[in-house]
Design a protein around this ligand. Structure first.
Ligand code: BGC
Length: 761
């Protein structure tokens, strides 16, 4: 009876929620219909236009008289304009001086925080902590919306398996399952439960699709892959963001199957609208339409009509829609229905954001003054950053450091502020981040001795440095000769108990248009590191990076290595918290780190091939391997050490065969066997042994981050059902196939326990 009551209550709630949604939709439709009935063709086309403001530059410069265009109803939104004051002024022009008074939508690249910067997205993904990631997006939304922004070009969910590609920094790594969980968490963080509140902002999932699979890791390069791979290994995170309710999506620069994504009907209509039922709007990437001229698809008029017909609604920066759609309509190249559909979707987004009700909804000076860069947000940034660091090596428990030790802090990142932030920190104040030098002093206290010498520049190649800093300030450089800098560092090191070498990549050595063909440490830094090692003093290598590096020599020779990415505003404090052991590191890699760049692309969920190597073997003739390097990664997906250690029991299963409607309960007991309390991410993988198509050797299907006090044990359960075993077959049908499977559980993709089970009909 009680059960029945619950069911009735639940049905009533669903009914009420649905009825409310229907009324809201009906109201929205009536409003938009009415508005559109008053709009001229030019005004409709105007809504599809998204110029950049010129306030913050994120692409090649473009010039236009925006004020005049807004008055004439030729602008639908503006992006990268910063501050309530400016946004208010521009909105005023739209709602007071344009004929129909349609408000503008204001977007920005709020990628890993607004002014309080969190670690870069690749780092965040290494926390494997969805609540924490959602919290970073929530804080970013609160700060951005307090400053006038209602739309962010995030999350970036492109799967990336090639660390040469600089934009690997902006995504969540190589795995579609982990990427999907993060996509969902970020959309919830930005959008909250609904968009009507003034501190929620609209998400824009990007870059749809396959942007991370650029050939040779060169940005904007061609992408080409089978549909089976696309569906099984790349599309899931975009879909997860759409399913989570993302209000918009950005088409990518690259081509897919020979057609740039921005004119790709298969992607934008067949998959996005028809299969995934996406109801929001599609915006191009920066001049994505114009670039199709260079792609070789025709002149601006032609490519603009192709984009509209394929399913693009809004044109970022290039004004192809604005300048050609009317002509294309007259010539029968596009239809009025296509223009109406795009216009309607943009107006609906504005309606959902509440901009028609109150165009200044996000322009509250009081919020701007009190909700941005707050102490509470900085505290969270510090806590979050520490969760993203990955301890790669720690021989003889060199870490954590004693606060009483005399530390020689050397390297180009030891006293750097701006490189802490990482790429795409467009709203941040570059003077605000905490350097590692300041962080060590803060955490170790007044009595600690921290000696500092720069020791090397980021690179000795000045031309390279110029290319890196093409958009920003030149890299911080010490113009004394390299050997003088090293000598000074050695003198400093001679007075210390331990050397902390802060090395890696400048923020802008990753991100957009920052691909590298050589992903090792630059030579200037390697020279310094080798000299430091020769002193015989213990060396801790603290790596600041935006991508996996190839650090074979370092891994073989340096006793302790921790990768701290670009950790955001509080990076220096957070790194110090971990180096001194106030926080125990728990990050796990979301990308494979190769031994050398020639192994790339290298990823854990590869296929077996017809000539696999035996486990732990290298080299065998006529097997799939290299003469000069083993197939092993330097560090595997899912890998990351702690100051403590964890042991895993054997796996126990509730049954060895399951039917499609049954649950497999996978149990392990994890024990903290070391001397510190700590967190461990327990990972679950499966393998389908025989399939109608070849299947990966391992696939992540679940994970749980647990906290264990020293000596403590916990049972961890994962439920696996036939739904989890589904994949896209050769007909692109999402199916499970009965047969033999393996399940693996462990603390890294290359260190697991395993057990077999059968899925039967
Ligand atoms: C990038 C996008 C970004 C856009 C707007 C483009 O160059 O590819 O990720 O959102 O600029 O700044």
């Amino acid at each position: 009876m009680k059960f029945l009551k619950h069911i009735i209550a639940l049905i009533t709630i669903v009914f009420v929620v649905n009825a409310k949604a229907q009324t809201t939709n009906a109201k929205m439709n009536a409003f938009v219909n009415n508005l559109m009935s008053k709009m001229t063709l030019d005004e409709k086309i105007g809504q599809l236009n998204l110029p950049g403001s010129g306030d913050i530059t994120t692409g090649q410069a473009s010039n236009s008289d925006i004020g005049l265009k807004i008055r004439e109803g030729k602008v639908g939104g503006l992006f990268n304009i910063k501050s309530v004051e400016k946004i208010k002024a521009v909105q005023k022009v739209a709602v007071e001086e344009s004929r129909l008074k349609i408000p503008l939508i204001f977007g920005m690249d709020v990628i890993h925080g607004y002014q309080t910067e969190f670690p870069i997205p690749l780092a965040l993904s290494c926390s494997w902590d969805m609540k924490l990631i959602e919290k970073t997006a929530r804080i970013a939304a609160i700060e951005a919306s307090a400053d006038g922004i209602c739309w962010t070009f995030s999350p970036m969910v492109d799967i990336a398996r090639d660390p040469r590609w600089g934009r690997i920094a902006e995504g969540s790594g190589e795995d579609a399952y982990l990427g999907s969980q993060i996509a969902k968490a970020m959309v919830h963080g930005y959008q909250g439960d609904d968009l009507s509140k003034n501190n929620n902002i609209m998400a824009c999932v990007k870059h749809y699709a396959l942007y991370g699979a650029a050939e040779a890791g060169r940005d904007y390069n061609t992408t080409d892959m089978s549909r089976v791979r696309m569906y099984n290994e790349y599309l899931a995170p975009y879909k997860a963001a759409i399913d989570a309710g993302a209000g918009s999506i950005m088409s990518s620069f690259n081509e897919v199957d020979g057609i740039p994504a921005t004119a790709n009907k298969f992607l934008l209509t067949d998959v996005l609208r028809n299969q995934w039922k996406f109801k929001g709007f599609v915006v191009t990437d920066y001049t994505g339409i114009n670039e199709m001229v260079a792609h070789g698809l025709g002149d601006l008029q032609n490519v603009s009509s192709l984009a509209l017909k394929a399913g693009v609604d809004m044109d970022m920066v290039g004004e192809g829609f604005l300048t050609t759609l009317k002509k294309s309509l007259q010539e029968g190249k596009v239809t009025i229905d296509q223009i109406n559909t795009a216009c309607r979707l943009i107006l609906e987004a504005k309606y959902k954001l509440g901009l028609f009700e109150n165009p200044y909804k996000y322009c509250d000076e009081k919020r701007a003054a009190t909700e941005i860069f707050t102490d509470a947000n900085l505290k969270t940034a510090r806590e979050v950053a520490a969760q993203t660091f990955v301890l790669l090596k720690n021989n003889n428990q060199l870490l954590p450091l004693k606060k009483s030790a005399t530390v020689a802090l050397v390297g180009p990142f030891a006293n750097s502020k701006e490189n802490m932030l990482g790429t795409w920190a467009v709203a941040a104040d570059y003077t605000k981040p905490i350097s590692l030098l300041a962080g060590l002093k803060n955490v170790a206290g007044n009595n600690a001795t921290i000696l500092y010498a720069k020791g090397a520049n980021i690179s000795n190649d000045k031309d390279f440095e110029t290319r890196v800093s093409v958009f920003g300030k030149p890299l911080e450089r010490d113009d004394r000769p390299a050997d003088v800098l090293i000598k000074e560092a050695l003198e400093t090191a001679s007075k210390a108990d331990v050397i902390v070498a802060a090395m890696g990549e400048a923020a802008e050595m990753t991100g957009e248009c920052s691909s590298r063909s050589d992903i090792t440490l630059p030579q200037s830094q390697k020279d310094l590191l080798q000299a430091l090692l020769k002193t015989g003093k213990p060396v801790v290598l603290v790596l600041f990076t935006g991508r996996p590096l190839a650090i074979k020599w370092e891994s073989e020779n340096i006793p302790a290595i921790i990768n701290v990415w670009h950790g955001g505003t509080e990076a220096g404090n957070a790194v110090a918290d971990v180096l001194y052991g106030d926080v125990n590191p728990s990050g796990k890699l979301s990308t494979t780190w190769p031994q050398n760049v020639g192994q790339v692309p290298l990823f854990y969920n590869h296929k077996n091939t017809g000539r696999p190597l035996g486990e732990g073997k290298w080299f065998e003739k006529f097997r799939s391997n290299y003469l000069d390097v083993s197939n092993d990664p330097q560090y595997a997906f899912g890998y990351g050490l702690s100051y403590t250690s964890f042991s895993y029991s054997d796996i126990s299963l509730n049954k060895s065969t399951i039917k499609p409607n049954e649950k497999l309960d996978v149990k392990v007991i994890v024990t903290n066997t070391g001397n510190y309390d700590g967190a461990e991410t327990v990972q679950l993988y499966t393998r389908q042994m025989i399939g109608s198509i070849t299947r990966p050797v391992k696939e992540l299907k679940g994970f749980e981050k647990i906290f264990l006090k020293k000596g403590e044990s916990k049972e961890v359960h994962f439920i696996v059902t036939s739904e989890d075993l589904k994949f896209y077959n050769n007909d692109l049908k999402f199916v499970y196939e009965p047969g033999s499977f393996k399940v693996f559980v462990g603390g890294s993709s290359d260190n697991t326990k395993e057990k077999s089970f059968e899925l039967i009909r």
